[in-house]
Ligand binder design. Structure first.
Ligand code: HEM
Length: 213
């Protein structure tokens, strides 16, 4: 079947088109989400990650963890503003990718920075504020990832599940604080993330107040 022309898309509405194509778009997006991981894996296999491979792995996995966290939180406002309800079907996948990249990020630190040395791990978490903030974000995300399956929503009950999953905002705040505390000179990048997360949080609070009134 020929792809619809942009004008036809606008006439018919992008929402229904998106909904019909979701079965194709979702696997495509899944593959796209794996690109940063593939880049790191290829770099490791070909020994092509530069002079500081651990730093590169930490940077790529950390930044993508943060980006996916941001994208996950963007889904609901975008869905509400545009009425493209099919977007909601991407939220869980994006959230799980956020967790996946953070898990890789944590794994790199655990294995290649701390060499699984428990004393060093505990002292790093206690002594370095930015590690404590990152670790807090990671710990908050664990139960959210663990309860992402449909059956857990049923088991916990919709309200409890929703309350638990609001924790993603705390994780996002802790992750941004982690980034702000670890940079030494140029604060531009973490400041941009802080601003975007603040916007999303403000939208969420406004939306809740409107629904309550
Ligand atoms: C939600 C959780 C987390 C997110 C989103 C996150 C994100 C980031 C980001 C964006 C960076 C900066 C990358 C850059 O230089 O451009 C970073 C660096 C780093 N993160 Fe995380 N992080 C998280 C959790 C953790 C955890 C749990 C640990 C370890 C316990 C950790 C350890 C580090 C380290 C060691 C660095 C490099 C610091 C440096 O350059 O000196 N992060 N992280």
């Amino acid at each position: 079947m020929a792809a619809p022309a942009p004008a036809a898309l606008l006439r018919g509405g992008f929402g229904p088109w998106l909904s019909r194509r979701m079965n194709v778009l979702k696997p495509l997006l899944f593959c796209a989400c794996l690109i940063p991981f593939a880049r790191v894996a290829y770099g490791i296999i070909t020994d092509n990650l530069g002079a500081e491979p651990v730093d590169v792995m930490t940077r790529i996995t950390g930044e993508w963890g943060l980006r996916f966290l941001l994208l996950t939180l963007l889904v609901t406002p975008l869905r509400r503003i545009t009425n493209w309800n099919a977007l909601g079907r991407l939220r869980r996948m994006l959230g799980l990718f956020a967790f996946f990249y953070v898990l890789c990020h944590f794994g790199v630190w655990l294995a290649l920075d701390q060499f699984f040395d428990l004393d060093s791990i505990v002292s790093d978490i206690i002594k370095r504020n930015y590690i404590l903030a990152g670790f807090t974000a990671f710990v908050i995300l664990i139960p959210l990832a663990a309860t992402s399956a449909n059956w857990t929503i049923k088991k916990l009950g919709g309200r409890r599940w929703q309350r638990l999953h609001r924790g993603v905002y705390f994780a996002a705040v802790a992750a941004v604080v982690h980034f702000l505390w670890l940079v030494k000179a140029d604060y531009t990048e973490p400041a941009i993330y802080a601003f975007l997360f603040a916007l999303l949080l403000a939208w969420r609070i406004r939306h809740r107040r409107r629904r309550a009134s």
